[in-house]
Design a binder for this molecule. Structure first.
Ligand code: OAD
Length: 264
Protein backbone atom coordinates (compact mmCIF):
# COMPACT_ATOMS: atom_id res chain seq x y z
CA UNK A 1 0.00 0.00 0.00
CA UNK A 2 1.15 3.54 -0.73
CA UNK A 3 1.23 6.44 1.73
CA UNK A 4 -1.84 8.66 1.18
CA UNK A 5 0.15 11.58 -0.26
CA UNK A 6 2.14 9.31 -2.55
CA UNK A 7 -1.09 7.67 -3.76
CA UNK A 8 -2.69 11.08 -4.38
CA UNK A 9 0.31 12.20 -6.40
CA UNK A 10 0.12 9.05 -8.51
CA UNK A 11 -3.64 9.48 -9.04
CA UNK A 12 -3.08 13.10 -10.14
CA UNK A 13 -0.37 11.94 -12.52
CA UNK A 14 -2.73 9.28 -13.92
CA UNK A 15 -5.56 11.83 -14.32
CA UNK A 16 -3.31 14.28 -16.17
CA UNK A 17 -2.13 11.55 -18.48
CA UNK A 18 -5.65 10.23 -19.17
CA UNK A 19 -6.95 13.74 -19.91
CA UNK A 20 -4.40 14.07 -22.69
CA UNK A 21 -5.54 10.82 -24.39
CA UNK A 22 -8.49 10.10 -26.65
CA UNK A 23 -8.87 6.33 -26.62
CA UNK A 24 -9.34 4.64 -23.25
CA UNK A 25 -9.53 0.88 -22.75
CA UNK A 26 -10.24 -0.71 -19.37
CA UNK A 27 -10.03 -4.34 -18.28
CA UNK A 28 -11.60 -5.32 -14.97
CA UNK A 29 -11.36 -8.53 -12.95
CA UNK A 30 -12.80 -10.02 -9.79
CA UNK A 31 -11.04 -7.44 -7.59
CA UNK A 32 -13.44 -4.70 -8.69
CA UNK A 33 -16.37 -6.66 -7.24
CA UNK A 34 -14.55 -7.63 -4.03
CA UNK A 35 -15.77 -4.52 -2.20
CA UNK A 36 -19.35 -5.50 -3.13
CA UNK A 37 -18.83 -8.70 -1.14
CA UNK A 38 -18.15 -11.09 -4.03
CA UNK A 39 -15.06 -13.24 -3.39
CA UNK A 40 -12.21 -13.09 -5.91
CA UNK A 41 -10.70 -16.29 -7.30
CA UNK A 42 -7.06 -16.18 -6.26
CA UNK A 43 -6.81 -14.05 -3.11
CA UNK A 44 -5.23 -16.19 -0.40
CA UNK A 45 -7.81 -17.73 1.97
CA UNK A 46 -10.84 -15.78 0.70
CA UNK A 47 -10.45 -16.56 -3.03
CA UNK A 48 -12.80 -19.16 -4.53
CA UNK A 49 -9.89 -21.18 -5.94
CA UNK A 50 -8.33 -21.28 -2.47
CA UNK A 51 -11.37 -23.27 -1.33
CA UNK A 52 -12.41 -25.20 -4.43
CA UNK A 53 -10.47 -26.84 -7.24
CA UNK A 54 -11.12 -24.98 -10.48
CA UNK A 55 -10.62 -28.17 -12.49
CA UNK A 56 -13.47 -29.85 -10.53
CA UNK A 57 -15.93 -27.04 -11.20
CA UNK A 58 -15.02 -24.82 -14.10
CA UNK A 59 -14.23 -27.09 -17.02
CA UNK A 60 -16.25 -28.99 -19.64
CA UNK A 61 -14.67 -32.24 -18.35
CA UNK A 62 -15.91 -31.51 -14.83
CA UNK A 63 -19.45 -30.94 -16.16
CA UNK A 64 -19.32 -34.14 -18.23
CA UNK A 65 -18.09 -36.07 -15.16
CA UNK A 66 -20.47 -34.65 -12.59
CA UNK A 67 -23.03 -32.21 -14.01
CA UNK A 68 -24.99 -32.13 -10.75
CA UNK A 69 -22.00 -30.99 -8.71
CA UNK A 70 -21.04 -28.26 -11.21
CA UNK A 71 -24.63 -27.02 -11.59
CA UNK A 72 -25.10 -26.98 -7.80
CA UNK A 73 -21.92 -24.97 -7.35
CA UNK A 74 -23.01 -22.33 -9.86
CA UNK A 75 -26.47 -22.20 -8.28
CA UNK A 76 -24.71 -21.60 -4.93
CA UNK A 77 -22.65 -18.83 -6.55
CA UNK A 78 -25.83 -17.26 -7.92
CA UNK A 79 -27.33 -17.34 -4.46
CA UNK A 80 -24.16 -15.71 -3.10
CA UNK A 81 -24.13 -12.95 -5.74
CA UNK A 82 -27.82 -12.20 -6.39
CA UNK A 83 -28.20 -9.48 -3.75
CA UNK A 84 -24.84 -7.80 -4.33
CA UNK A 85 -24.83 -4.25 -5.60
CA UNK A 86 -22.27 -2.01 -7.33
CA UNK A 87 -19.61 -0.39 -5.15
CA UNK A 88 -17.98 3.04 -5.63
CA UNK A 89 -15.53 1.57 -8.17
CA UNK A 90 -18.30 0.33 -10.50
CA UNK A 91 -20.14 3.61 -10.10
CA UNK A 92 -17.03 5.66 -10.83
CA UNK A 93 -16.44 3.73 -14.06
CA UNK A 94 -20.05 4.34 -15.15
CA UNK A 95 -19.59 8.05 -14.45
CA UNK A 96 -16.31 8.04 -16.37
CA UNK A 97 -17.95 6.34 -19.38
CA UNK A 98 -20.45 9.23 -19.56
CA UNK A 99 -17.76 11.86 -19.01
CA UNK A 100 -15.61 10.37 -21.77
CA UNK A 101 -18.55 10.49 -24.18
CA UNK A 102 -19.14 14.17 -23.51
CA UNK A 103 -15.43 14.84 -24.12
CA UNK A 104 -15.33 12.89 -27.37
CA UNK A 105 -13.01 10.22 -25.95
CA UNK A 106 -13.62 6.61 -26.91
CA UNK A 107 -14.12 4.40 -23.87
CA UNK A 108 -14.23 0.61 -23.91
CA UNK A 109 -14.92 -1.34 -20.76
CA UNK A 110 -13.96 -5.01 -20.91
CA UNK A 111 -14.58 -7.34 -17.98
CA UNK A 112 -13.62 -10.86 -17.03
CA UNK A 113 -16.38 -10.84 -14.44
CA UNK A 114 -19.54 -12.85 -14.89
CA UNK A 115 -21.57 -10.72 -12.47
CA UNK A 116 -23.72 -7.85 -13.75
CA UNK A 117 -22.47 -5.12 -11.39
CA UNK A 118 -21.05 -2.95 -14.19
CA UNK A 119 -24.47 -3.02 -15.88
CA UNK A 120 -26.26 -2.36 -12.58
CA UNK A 121 -24.05 0.72 -12.17
CA UNK A 122 -25.06 1.94 -15.64
CA UNK A 123 -22.01 0.91 -17.70
CA UNK A 124 -21.88 -0.98 -20.95
CA UNK A 125 -19.30 -3.74 -20.66
CA UNK A 126 -17.92 -6.43 -22.96
CA UNK A 127 -17.94 -9.72 -21.05
CA UNK A 128 -15.03 -12.01 -21.98
CA UNK A 129 -15.91 -14.87 -19.65
CA UNK A 130 -19.68 -15.01 -20.06
CA UNK A 131 -22.58 -14.21 -17.76
CA UNK A 132 -23.53 -15.79 -14.45
CA UNK A 133 -27.20 -15.06 -15.06
CA UNK A 134 -27.41 -16.74 -18.46
CA UNK A 135 -27.73 -20.43 -19.29
CA UNK A 136 -27.40 -22.47 -22.45
CA UNK A 137 -27.58 -26.08 -23.55
CA UNK A 138 -24.31 -27.97 -23.04
CA UNK A 139 -24.77 -29.68 -26.43
CA UNK A 140 -26.79 -27.58 -28.89
CA UNK A 141 -25.93 -24.22 -27.19
CA UNK A 142 -29.53 -22.97 -27.37
CA UNK A 143 -29.95 -20.21 -24.76
CA UNK A 144 -32.14 -21.23 -21.85
CA UNK A 145 -33.92 -18.35 -20.13
CA UNK A 146 -34.15 -18.88 -16.43
CA UNK A 147 -32.44 -16.17 -14.47
CA UNK A 148 -31.45 -13.50 -16.99
CA UNK A 149 -33.08 -11.04 -19.32
CA UNK A 150 -31.72 -10.44 -22.81
CA UNK A 151 -29.00 -8.04 -21.63
CA UNK A 152 -27.61 -10.71 -19.30
CA UNK A 153 -28.84 -8.86 -16.22
CA UNK A 154 -30.41 -11.05 -13.61
CA UNK A 155 -34.17 -11.19 -13.76
CA UNK A 156 -35.18 -10.87 -10.12
CA UNK A 157 -38.70 -12.18 -10.77
CA UNK A 158 -37.41 -15.56 -11.94
CA UNK A 159 -34.45 -16.20 -9.65
CA UNK A 160 -34.29 -19.90 -8.97
CA UNK A 161 -31.55 -21.57 -6.99
CA UNK A 162 -32.75 -25.15 -7.32
CA UNK A 163 -29.90 -27.66 -7.64
CA UNK A 164 -31.99 -29.91 -9.91
CA UNK A 165 -30.48 -30.35 -13.33
CA UNK A 166 -32.50 -28.95 -16.22
CA UNK A 167 -32.91 -30.61 -19.63
CA UNK A 168 -32.78 -28.65 -22.86
CA UNK A 169 -36.24 -28.40 -24.44
CA UNK A 170 -34.61 -28.78 -27.90
CA UNK A 171 -32.26 -31.76 -27.47
CA UNK A 172 -32.75 -33.01 -23.89
CA UNK A 173 -29.09 -32.49 -22.92
CA UNK A 174 -28.23 -30.71 -19.70
CA UNK A 175 -28.46 -26.94 -19.36
CA UNK A 176 -25.24 -25.26 -18.10
CA UNK A 177 -24.28 -21.74 -17.09
CA UNK A 178 -23.22 -19.54 -20.00
CA UNK A 179 -19.74 -19.07 -18.58
CA UNK A 180 -16.40 -19.65 -20.29
CA UNK A 181 -14.68 -22.57 -18.58
CA UNK A 182 -11.01 -23.49 -18.59
CA UNK A 183 -10.09 -24.98 -21.94
CA UNK A 184 -12.95 -23.23 -23.78
CA UNK A 185 -12.69 -20.46 -26.37
CA UNK A 186 -13.77 -16.93 -25.54
CA UNK A 187 -16.93 -15.60 -27.26
CA UNK A 188 -15.74 -14.57 -30.72
CA UNK A 189 -17.43 -11.17 -30.92
CA UNK A 190 -16.47 -10.11 -27.38
CA UNK A 191 -12.85 -11.09 -27.95
CA UNK A 192 -12.72 -9.26 -31.29
CA UNK A 193 -14.02 -6.09 -29.60
CA UNK A 194 -11.48 -6.46 -26.80
CA UNK A 195 -8.51 -7.01 -29.12
CA UNK A 196 -9.59 -4.13 -31.29
CA UNK A 197 -9.98 -1.72 -28.36
CA UNK A 198 -6.70 -2.82 -26.70
CA UNK A 199 -4.66 -2.53 -29.87
CA UNK A 200 -6.08 0.91 -30.73
CA UNK A 201 -6.19 2.60 -27.32
CA UNK A 202 -3.66 5.11 -26.07
CA UNK A 203 -4.24 4.40 -22.39
CA UNK A 204 -5.03 0.97 -20.94
CA UNK A 205 -6.15 0.42 -17.34
CA UNK A 206 -5.97 -2.98 -15.69
CA UNK A 207 -8.20 -2.99 -12.59
CA UNK A 208 -8.62 -5.73 -9.97
CA UNK A 209 -7.20 -8.59 -11.98
CA UNK A 210 -4.32 -10.92 -11.13
CA UNK A 211 -3.39 -10.89 -14.85
CA UNK A 212 -2.77 -14.62 -14.74
CA UNK A 213 -5.51 -15.88 -17.04
CA UNK A 214 -4.92 -15.69 -20.77
CA UNK A 215 -5.94 -14.57 -23.29
CA UNK A 216 -7.47 -11.69 -21.24
CA UNK A 217 -4.15 -11.06 -19.48
CA UNK A 218 -2.46 -10.53 -22.86
CA UNK A 219 -4.57 -7.43 -23.63
CA UNK A 220 -2.30 -5.17 -21.56
CA UNK A 221 0.78 -6.30 -23.50
CA UNK A 222 -1.09 -5.90 -26.77
CA UNK A 223 -1.99 -2.33 -25.81
CA UNK A 224 1.56 -1.51 -24.83
CA UNK A 225 3.04 -3.01 -28.00
CA UNK A 226 0.78 -0.61 -29.89
CA UNK A 227 2.01 2.40 -27.94
CA UNK A 228 -0.49 2.69 -25.07
CA UNK A 229 0.40 3.84 -21.57
CA UNK A 230 -0.52 1.28 -18.89
CA UNK A 231 -2.09 2.02 -15.52
CA UNK A 232 -2.80 -0.68 -12.96
CA UNK A 233 -5.14 -0.48 -9.95
CA UNK A 234 -4.54 -3.36 -7.55
CA UNK A 235 -3.51 -3.42 -3.88
CA UNK A 236 -1.30 -6.43 -4.65
CA UNK A 237 1.53 -6.90 -7.15
CA UNK A 238 0.81 -8.72 -10.44
CA UNK A 239 3.09 -10.19 -13.12
CA UNK A 240 2.64 -6.93 -15.11
CA UNK A 241 6.12 -5.52 -14.58
CA UNK A 242 5.82 -3.18 -17.56
CA UNK A 243 3.14 -0.87 -16.05
CA UNK A 244 3.70 2.91 -16.30
CA UNK A 245 1.65 3.94 -13.24
CA UNK A 246 0.74 1.58 -10.41
CA UNK A 247 -2.04 2.65 -8.04
CA UNK A 248 -1.60 0.07 -5.29
CA UNK A 249 -4.88 0.50 -3.42
CA UNK A 250 -8.45 -0.76 -3.54
CA UNK A 251 -10.39 0.16 -6.67
CA UNK A 252 -13.24 1.55 -4.54
CA UNK A 253 -10.86 4.10 -3.12
CA UNK A 254 -8.79 4.92 -6.21
CA UNK A 255 -11.46 5.19 -8.91
CA UNK A 256 -13.78 7.78 -7.29
CA UNK A 257 -10.71 9.96 -6.57
CA UNK A 258 -9.46 9.53 -10.11
CA UNK A 259 -12.87 10.47 -11.57
CA UNK A 260 -12.98 13.56 -9.32
CA UNK A 261 -9.63 14.60 -10.71
CA UNK A 262 -10.77 13.95 -14.28
CA UNK A 263 -13.98 15.96 -13.81
CA UNK A 264 -12.22 18.93 -12.19
P1 OAD B 1 -8.26 -13.12 -9.45
O1 OAD B 1 -8.94 -13.65 -8.22
O2 OAD B 1 -7.26 -13.97 -10.11
O3 OAD B 1 -7.55 -11.74 -9.09
C1 OAD B 1 -8.22 -10.74 -8.38
C2 OAD B 1 -7.28 -9.57 -8.22
O4 OAD B 1 -8.00 -8.52 -7.60
C3 OAD B 1 -6.05 -9.86 -7.34
O5 OAD B 1 -4.88 -9.47 -8.04
C4 OAD B 1 -6.27 -8.97 -6.11
O6 OAD B 1 -5.05 -8.45 -5.60
C5 OAD B 1 -7.14 -7.88 -6.68
N1 OAD B 1 -8.02 -7.21 -5.70
C6 OAD B 1 -8.59 -7.72 -4.58
N2 OAD B 1 -9.34 -6.79 -3.98
C7 OAD B 1 -9.26 -5.66 -4.74
C8 OAD B 1 -9.84 -4.36 -4.66
N3 OAD B 1 -10.66 -4.01 -3.67
N4 OAD B 1 -9.52 -3.45 -5.63
C9 OAD B 1 -8.68 -3.78 -6.65
N5 OAD B 1 -8.13 -4.99 -6.79
C10 OAD B 1 -8.42 -5.94 -5.85
O7 OAD B 1 -9.43 -12.67 -10.45
P2 OAD B 1 -9.32 -12.41 -12.04
O8 OAD B 1 -8.02 -11.81 -12.39
O9 OAD B 1 -10.57 -11.69 -12.41
O10 OAD B 1 -12.54 -17.10 -14.92
O11 OAD B 1 -9.38 -13.88 -12.58
C11 OAD B 1 -9.45 -14.13 -13.96
C12 OAD B 1 -10.35 -15.30 -14.26
O12 OAD B 1 -9.94 -16.44 -13.50
C13 OAD B 1 -11.80 -15.10 -13.83
O13 OAD B 1 -12.56 -14.40 -14.78
C14 OAD B 1 -12.29 -16.50 -13.64
C15 OAD B 1 -11.11 -17.10 -12.95
O14 OAD B 1 -10.97 -18.48 -13.06
C16 OAD B 1 -13.75 -17.63 -15.19
O15 OAD B 1 -14.65 -17.68 -14.39
C17 OAD B 1 -13.87 -18.16 -16.56
Amino acid sequence: MLAASELMTSIQRAAALISSKTRICILTGAGISAESGIPTFRDKQTGLWAQYRAEDLASPDAFARDPKMVWSWYQWRRQQVHDKTPNPAHRALAEWQQLAETRGQSFTLITQNVDDLHEQAGSQATHLHGHLWRNRCSQCATPYAMTANVEGKKDKSSLNFSEDLIHCPQCDSYIRPDIVWFGEALPVEAWAQAENAASQCDVFLSIGTSSLVYPAAGLAQLAQQNGATLIEINPNPTPNTFVDITLAEKAGLVLPTLINQLSA
